[in-house]
Design a binder for this molecule. Sequence first.
Ligand code: ADP
Ligand code: MG
Length: 286
Amino acid sequence: ATPTAVMVGIGNGARRGILFRNAAALETAGRLSLVVLDKTGTLTEGRPELVGVIAGSRSEHEVVALAAAVEAGSEHPLARALLAAAQARSLSLPASHGFLALPGQGVLAEVEGVGQVKVGEPAWIGVALPEAAQAWTRQGCTVVAVAIAGELAGLMAIADKLKPSSRAAVAGLQALGIRVVMLTGDNQDTAAAIAREAGIREFKGEVKPKNKAAEIEAYKKTGLKVGMVGDGVNDAPALAVADASFAMGAGSDVAIEAADVTLMHGDLLHLLDAIRLSRATLAKIR
Ligand code: ADP
Ligand code: MG
C-alpha cells in the first residue's frame, strides 16, 4: 500500500502545479544528485526572436524571406522566430516543396525559382563564422545560416532570453547539493554565454538530440541519480533514460508524456519545490 505521506506529497504538489505521475516519481525526485537542464524552453523563455541579419549573396529581406519559406514546414522554436520576423517585415514568401528536417542541424527545401535552400547550424551548412557572427554567439544568440545550392546567402542572430527565475532556481539546486549540468544542441559559445548567465558551471553544447540520452546514461553509470528537465520533442529520449524526468508544462505533448513529473507553470523554481517536497516526504516515510 502507498504510505499516506506519499499521497499527501502528491496532493501538495498538484496544488502548486507540480504533477507527479506516481509514488515512485515523488520518491526518486528526492534522491537526485545531478540535474540535467535543456537550454531552450527550459532555462530560456523558448520564444526566440530574430535580432540581427548579415546579408551575404542576398539582401537582408531576401535572406529572411528564404529562411521563412523553408521553415514554414518546421515546428522548431527557431522556425517560429523566422516566420514571425518575415511577417513583421511584411515579406511575401516564395513557394517551397520537398521540406526535410534534420534534428539538431537544420532544415532544407526546394524554393521556387531559387533552388535548394538550407537553413540551420553554420557548421552543418559548412560555413565558418565571421567575427561579427562570433560576437553574436558570445552574447548568447543562436546563429543560423541560410545557403542556396551550398552557397552562403546570409547569417541571422536569434536571441532567446533567460527566464527570470532560472538563475535563482540553479542557485537553489546547487544549495541543495545537487550538481547542475546544461546540455544543448546549440553552439559552444552560445551555450557558454547562457550557462554563465544562469550561474551554471558545467555545460555541453552541440549535443545532438540522441546524444543527450547517452550523456545521461554515462552519468548514471558513475552512480549518480540523474534528473532531466526538458520541454521539446527532441528531449523525449533523454527524459526516458533519466532516473526522474521533468517536463515543462508549456512544452510539447511528447515531452509531457515521457516525463515522471510535469511542471505546469514551466518555472524551474517548481523543480526546486518538487525536490524539496520529495525530500520532506522521504524523511516522513523513513
Ligand atoms: P536545443 O538543444 O537548443 O533545443 P536543437 O538540438 O533543436 O537545439 O538544435 C540545435 C541546432 O540545430 C540549433 O541551434 C540550430 O542551429 C540548428 N537547428 C535545428 N533545427 C533548426 C531549424 N528548424 N531551423 C534552423 N536551425 C535549426
Ligand atoms: Mg530544446
